[in-house]
Design a protein around this ligand. Structure first.
Ligand SMILES: *Cc1c(COP(=O)(O)O)cnc(C)c1O
Length: 232
């Protein structure tokens, strides 16, 4: 058995255990395999182990992999920061974008989404307490942004995404995930129809699942430690 296959099996088991322990139905949590810095061959191996959804952060690296793996029915998610002059290839090659935090980016993605493709699935990145990166819309501003994005014709607004600052302490991991769950509930109570909470990574996905994550984005636990020297 290869490392990727056995890692994937272990992650799937852990995801199922966390979901079951939280009383959540089977299939409520989707596994996004984050393949940034790993080769097309590694993605192919994960696909052969049954994984079809992959997350990428770096546009050129992602486009190279998407091209190399065109023979496979993969679903690509862009999870990195998006520059406004790089929206077109994202609109043309991905099924999901998780890091939208400005209306201008959303407008460009909608305008550039090819008519022949289904609407682009969007998560708004929220800067919850302890967000590791500086990107993300403030919690107070997310409802207005969501209402604006929901009007764009070629996008399908699905929900919210966050990248809390890494900590191995489950008690401190929980607070931002609770904040995200409550934010989504508040927005849905105000008339939005959001079904996605994209939160939880290798070190904190169990807690994220307890608090309602519907997509966990997991890299290291599947592919191993990243070698950032190899990044472009
Ligand atoms: C790299 C990355 C991940 C995966 O992180 P791991 O700790 O390797 O599981 C998830 N989400 C985003 C946005 C990332 O950049």
């Amino acid at each position: 058995m290869t490392a990727i296959l056995s890692n994937l099996q272990a992650v799937r088991r852990a995801v199922t255990e966390a979901a079951t322990a939280a009383g959540r139905p089977l299939g409520a949590v989707h596994l996004l395999a984050v393949s940034k810095t790993f080769s097309a061959a590694a993605v192919r191996e994960a696909y052969q182990a049954g994984q079809t959804a992959f997350g990428e952060n770096y546009l050129q690296e992602a486009l190279d992999k998407i091209g190399a793996l065109h023979d496979l029915p993969l679903e690509w998610h862009f999870i990195g920061p998006i520059q406004s002059n790089k929206t077109r290839p994202v609109a043309e090659h991905f099924a999901w974008v998780h890091g939208v935090d400005r209306l201008k980016i959303a407008e460009r993605l909608s305008a550039q989404r090819p008519a022949a493709m289904p609407p682009l699935n969007i998560c708004l990145q929220v800067n919850v307490s302890g967000e590791a990166s500086k990107s993300g819309v403030a919690p107070e501003a997310v409802l207005q942004l969501a209402m604006d994005v929901a009007r764009l014709p070629r996008l399908k607004l699905r929900g919210l995404m966050a990248i809390p600052a890494p900590t191995d302490d489950p008690a401190r991991q929980r607070a931002p995930f609770v904040q995200m769950r409550e934010l989504l509930e508040t927005m849905n109570a105000q008339g939005m129809r959001l079904d996605t909470l994209s939160m939880g990574m290798s070190h904190d996905f169990a807690v994220a699942i307890q608090e309602g994550a519907t997509i966990v984005r997991i890299g290291t636990a599947i592919f191993g430690a990243r070698n950032y020297g190899a990044e472009q």
